[in-house]
Design a protein around this ligand. Structure first.
Ligand SMILES: C[S@@+](CC[C@H](N)C(=O)[O-])C[C@H]1O[C@@H](n2cnc3c(N)ncnc32)[C@H](O)[C@@H]1O
Length: 251
């Protein structure tokens, strides 16, 4: 039995409370794309893996796109996982076929054969060395002709991006705003400083701030990295969502 200790480096512990509200505009774009991206997946060949499942928005989108599929959701943040578990508690059809692994990807106990691997909003958390391990692990668990759908997030280079409000939402008498600011750390990584404001009558009454470190990478570099392990990219949809197919007999 492994001991589940809280992770003090979990920058998503602040994000979790606001994540779904703030991600709604983004998910309105991604949700309709997933069924086509997963259309070739043979759900009889094994489960799908959702790397960095977060609060479960991606997991449920996969589950709804493929109602027969078994899914393994890997999510290390206890706070994000709490929302995911709440989603499962609310829907029997989901908890019958979704397993939640509560570690980071490299520590997770994964199925030997997966029909598909999905990673939305998570690739940036891996630096170049970790991405190399990630591709090897993905290709190692994918069945032949299996699908990988990986999101490459902007910015594709290390740049400073001034603070901007990227979304707003309301619940009852309160309003919420999500602000983001990119702050370069070095020539390979930056910090996304995320500020979540709560407003009553247009006055800020609470501010929650967290910082996520990311290692930007271009879609072209991702395509090349994946190709080196036998994952062949399909023409990009221009959305940052890349689909790969594992070449036969490549392990
Ligand atoms: C921006 S959220 C994306 C959540 C979800 N996939 C979505 O699209 O809404 C990124 C998630 O990746 C998780 N994460 C970060 N590092 C990870 C790792 N090494 N292995 C697995 N998940 C990781 C974070 O805890 C966070 O919940």
């Amino acid at each position: 039995m492994s001991e589940a200790a809280p992770n003090p480096a979990d920058t998503y512990s602040v994000t979790a409370e606001f994540y779904d509200f703030m991600a709604t505009p983004y998910w309105a774009q991604v949700d309709p794309l997933l069924p086509a991206l997963l259309a070739e997946v043979d759900t009889m060949a094994g489960p799908l893996l959702d790397i960095g499942a977060g609060t479960g928005l991606s997991t449920v989108a996969i589950a709804d796109a493929l109602p027969e599929a078994e899914i393994v959701a890997v999510e290390p943040s206890a706070a994000m996982r709490a929302v995911l578990m709440s989603r499962l508690a609310a829907r029997k059809d989901l908890r019958e076929r979704i397993t939640v692994e509560s570690t980071g990807f490299f520590d997770a106990q994964l199925p030997n054969s997966c029909a598909a691997v999905v990673g939305l909003g998570v690739l940036g958390h891996f630096d170049a060395a970790a991405r190399s391990r990630l591709w090897s692990r993905i290709v190692g668990i994918l069945v032949d002709a299996g699908t990988a759908v990986i999101e490459v997030q902007q910015p594709y280079q290390v740049v400073a991006i001034p603070a901007r409000r990227y979304t707003r939402a309301a619940a009852g008498r309160l309003r919420y705003e999500g602000w983001s600011e990119a702050i370069p750390i070095d020539d390979r990584s930056l910090t996304w400083r995320m500020s979540y404001y709560t407003l009553r009558d247009e006055i800020r009454i609470a501010e929650h701030v967290t910082e996520h470190r990311v290692w930007p990478v271009t879609p072209d570099a991702v395509v090349a990295e994946a190709a080196s392990v036998g994952l062949v990219a399909e023409p990009s949809t221009g959305t940052g969502l890349l689909r790969f197919t594992k070449k036969s007999n490549h392990r």
